[in-house]
Ligand binder design. Sequence first.
Ligand SMILES: Cc1cc2nc3c(=O)[nH]c(=O)nc-3n(C[C@H](O)[C@H](O)[C@H](O)COP(=O)(O)OP(=O)(O)OC[C@H]3O[C@@H](n4cnc5c(N)ncnc54)[C@H](O)[C@@H]3O)c2cc1C
Length: 480
Amino acid sequence: MATLGNEQPRADAREALATLIDVLREIVGSSGLLLDDDVRARHVGMGSRTSIQARVLVRPASTAEVSAVLAACHAAGVSVIPHGGLTGLVHGTDAQAHEVILSLERMQRIEAVDTTQRVLVAEAGVILEQAQNAVAAAGLLLPVDIGARGSATLGGMVATNAGGNRVICYGMMRDNLRGLEVVLADGTVLDSMNALVKNNSGYDLKHLFIGSEGTLGIVTRIVLRLCEPPAGRRVALVAVPDFAAVCTLLRQIDHAMDGRLLAFEVMWQDFYHAVTTPPALARAPLPQHYPFYVLVEASVGDDHQPDRFEDTLGTLLDAGIVVDATFCKNERECAALWALRDDVAQLRRFGPLVAYDISLRLADTGHFVETLRSMIAERWPGARLWAFGHLGDGNVHLAVNVPDLDAQRRAELDALVYAPLQALRGAASAEHCIGIEKKPWLGVSRSPAEVNVMRSLKQVLDPKGVLNPGRVFDIEQGGI
Ligand SMILES: Cc1cc2nc3c(=O)[nH]c(=O)nc-3n(C[C@H](O)[C@H](O)[C@H](O)COP(=O)(O)OP(=O)(O)OC[C@H]3O[C@@H](n4cnc5c(N)ncnc54)[C@H](O)[C@@H]3O)c2cc1C
């Protein structure tokens, strides 16, 4: 069998790739195949370091074509790198010269918005926002929402188990996926496309592929559950005196709203200051001197207590758990508050940033962030840390600026952030996955036994290791 790895003689590799290109052209036609400059001229996405290195990009238009492409690449021993909307942030889509990129961009069909079964059936290349709009037009809600909704694909979101703003209420992709069609490395089509809520008939295989980052199979079609949209929502920005009050606020407001909290987004003071100070466009809706700010959103029904949200926050204000608050009166004000929370790009004005996306138990989070802040300031005077995130789900985003950051400082910074997570049973990735970037830190959140089972699964489903190699873990490595 010819392989195209670096160890192959170059002439052999070139010949094998030329043969494969002919086979791929037969499968997808000329318009489905891009080569050389046409590949390298393409946008690489936010998460990539360099321009695209790969020579070949194949764009199948159906599951049958994906299957034939994978079978051909498998037979040739050529690695395949799946591309969705390229919004991933951990280099999961980086492709080397000898690898074939498989893009789902021609598989964008919304097959059904089934209002009886309340599911969406769609191809993997559908953009989240297009799916959301189609579902809304049918009077339903697609519950998963992320900041990258304008580019991220449903397939990429399954492959990364995406979460986002409403996880506290609706969960991540895993919680919303009813059915899945996946093509395995050798071209086998695994059809788990039933739309059932209950199906305890043996192993539920679709869960293997959720969050597998394209290393176990290519997601081609998806069934997502849909919900009734809330009758209305209330949004407020509240200021809180300390982290203990953040925890109390979360429990009490969710309890008072009968578990109908839609979002609970916490901003530490530095972050709030940065996104409400010029040149940031937002003006501070509350003064900038409070230690914590929480964007709270809850759904409200047509019940007999329309002011329950405001009344509860008023009671918490009297109790000193909340020290200031502002309520949105209309959609425009809600959008302005969310824009402020999402304006992470503002932080770039302070210099290059390293971004982290970690998970912790809520009770550990306040102390963890303050300890980290002190360690970073002590190690690199002038360094800065901004913290914010979906605290309702225990997910903190950290942005760190370290002066004169080089590879050694970056490695040290990574160790300061990640190493303490193991003892706290936290996770090195809450949302963005492992990809290439966080591979050295997989062992922080997964035990050696868990990683060994992952390797065994990879061996069974992709014995030649051709699907997205080098992501999540290295196959040949004995342990972590
Ligand atoms: C501004 C911004 C905001 C974001 N907000 C959030 C957020 O709130 N929550 C969150 O979870 N993430 C968030 N992300 C991260 C990112 O959007 C998600 O990881 C998203 O799910 C990736 O989808 P994609 O289609 O862009 O996938 P890509 O970036 O193209 O690929 C991501 C990974 O999945 C693999 N892959 C892609 N398509 C398939 C497929 N069909 N089958 C198998 N493997 C595939 C790729 O090889 C890669 O490993 C954000 C990113 C940005 C840039």
